[in-house]
Each structure stands twice: as C-alpha cells, then as structure tokens.
Design a protein around this ligand. Structure first.
Ligand SMILES: Nc1ncnc2c1ncn2[C@@H]1O[C@H](COP(=O)(O)OP(=O)(O)OP(=O)(O)O)[C@@H](O)[C@H]1O
Ligand SMILES: [Mg+2]
Length: 249
C-alpha cells in the first residue's frame, strides 16, 4: 500500500533501550488527514515505536520523517514544536492541580497569554467536561474524564499529528465510545491521528488505516477494514470472526 504525501513515515526503524532492539526494522506511513491504528500484543513494541516518533528514544538505524522532514534524533521538545503531540498510555495529569491548570500546562511553550486564552476557550467549547470541572482537582475526575482532559491538554499546542497510546485502557464501553467520538472530532478538525489500541476491534473500526505490529515488526498493513477483516488477524486479536464483533461500520 502506498500513501501519497504521508504526514509521517518510518523507514527501517530499529530502536530499543540499550539492551538490544525492540523495533526490528519498522516501516510504514501515516496518512495525512486519517486515523491510523496500530494493534498488536503486549510487548510488541507499540509504545516503543511512539517513543521513537516523539524523540524520547533515538533510533539506532532507520529514519522517521514528519511532513517530509527528518525528525529522528531531534529532542522531544523539538518534535513537539513541530506539531507532534503524544497522549501517553498511563494517566499523566497532575492530580492536585485543577483541570484548567492541567490544560494550560499543555501550552507551556507558548509565551503569548492571549493565544493561550483563545485556545483554552475554543477547547472548553469542544470539551464540556473541561469547562464544567475547570476548578476541580484533576485527581477527583473519573478515568474517562481524565482521558478527555488529557486530549484537551494536547490540543493546546494546536498539533497537526495527535498520537494516542491506548486511550481506551480501563474504560467501560460507554466511556470508550465518548473517547473515540472525541478522537474522531479532533480528526474532523483537521488533525491526523496515530492511535495505538489493545482493543483492536474498536480501534480498527474507528480508523482509516491499520498496522499490525508483532515482535517489533510490521506484520500487516492495510485499510482499517482490510486489517479488521483479515482472517488471521480476526483469529488472533478479535476473538474469532468479524461478524461476532458486530461487523464493520
Ligand atoms: N523503559 C524501558 N526500558 C527497557 N525496556 C523497556 C522499556 N519500555 C519497554 N521496554 C521493553 O520493550 C518491549 C516492548 O515494550 P512496549 O512497551 O513498547 O510494548 P507495547 O506493545 O506498548 O505493550 P503494551 O500493549 O503492554 O503497552 C518489552 O519487552 C518491554 O519490556
Ligand atoms: Mg504500550
């Protein structure tokens, strides 16, 4: 599958934490304006891949390009300033600070207070929970509400690529639905999305493209639907047939 003008492309990326490579030559592209979902078992290297993209670890070999420009080797802050923002797998709000303070922290690199205020106002319109709970301590919110606040915070830098690491983790189905709806709203707002999901069924159904990662290698690439309907993937990750999962949207 070739994607013309991808927003992000990885080419032969090998990376790890010093004790050997976790990623063993990963190549794929993220389509501009779409939602690309990475699925794969625990320990496959999904979060490691996101760490490499966001500058937290440096690939040993291979390249990562954002808008055609090499970003592998840049610092996390430099990657952030290019418009690539990660919402990490584990909850990352400061529990003793208010919701509003947490959201404003997302704009810590922006000096212009008016820009910060304008963005915050726009974000509060998009996220009712951020407005209604503005003065509450972030730690008093439910897991799902905290996720939404994390999404809101990441939008403060007006990113063109939003990276979400397992946003559905620990959420009940109803909350998962709200979180995915919010992801689609961010996408409809012109942001490309790179999503990692353990809940492969829900993740692929919500996505334009899918990537299956296993043992640090890309096992399968395709549209979200192709990956979802692939017989082996259905058996491995989706607990049997796609029909049992309620079919494809
Ligand atoms: N900070 C770290 N230092 C050393 N090894 C790590 C570190 N983080 C992850 N690993 C190892 O790298 C491998 C891939 O882990 P990674 O977290 O990328 O997997 P994952 O696909 O995100 O899994 P999960 O679905 O459980 O989040 C694992 O063997 C893990 O133990
Ligand atoms: Mg992970």
């Amino acid at each position: 599958m070739t994607i013309t003008d991808p927003i992000l492309s990885l080419d032969g990326v090998c990376a790890g934490y010093g004790g050997g490579d976790v990623l063993q030559g990963v190549s794929f592209e993220v389509n501009r304006g779409g939602i690309t979902c990475i699925v794969g078992p625990n320990g496959a290297g999904k979060s490691t891949l996101l760490a490499a993209v966001t500058g937290l670890i440096k690939p040993r070999v291979g390249s990562i390009k954002f808008n055609g420009e090499t970003i592998s080797g840049l610092s996390p802050r430099a990657v952030l300033s290019k418009g690539v923002v990660l919402v990490p797998q584990n909850h990352s709000l400061f529990p003793d600070m208010t919701v509003r303070e947490n959201v404003e922290l997302g704009a810590y690199t922006i000096k212009d207070r008016q820009v910060v205020k304008d963005r915050r106002d726009k974000i509060e319109e998009m996220f009712p929970v951020v407005r209604s709970k503005a003065k509450d301590k972030a730690g008093s919110l439910s897991g799902g509400q905290q996720r939404l606040v994390e999404f809101a915070r990441c939008l403060m830098l007006d990113p063109s690529l939003v990276i979400l690491d397992e946003p559905s983790m620990g959420l009940d189905p109803k909350t998962l639905h709200v979180v995915f709806q919010t992801m689609r709203a961010m996408n409809a707002d012109g942001r490309s999305i790179l999503l990692v999901e353990q809940n492969a069924k829900a993740g692929l159904k919500a996505s334009s493209h899918g990537v299956v990662l296993e043992n640090g290698r890309v096992r399968l690439l395709g549209t979200g639907r192709e990956v979802l309907e692939h017989p082996e993937i259905a058996t491995l990750y989706l607990g049997g047939s796609v029909e049992a999962a309620g079919g494809v949207r």
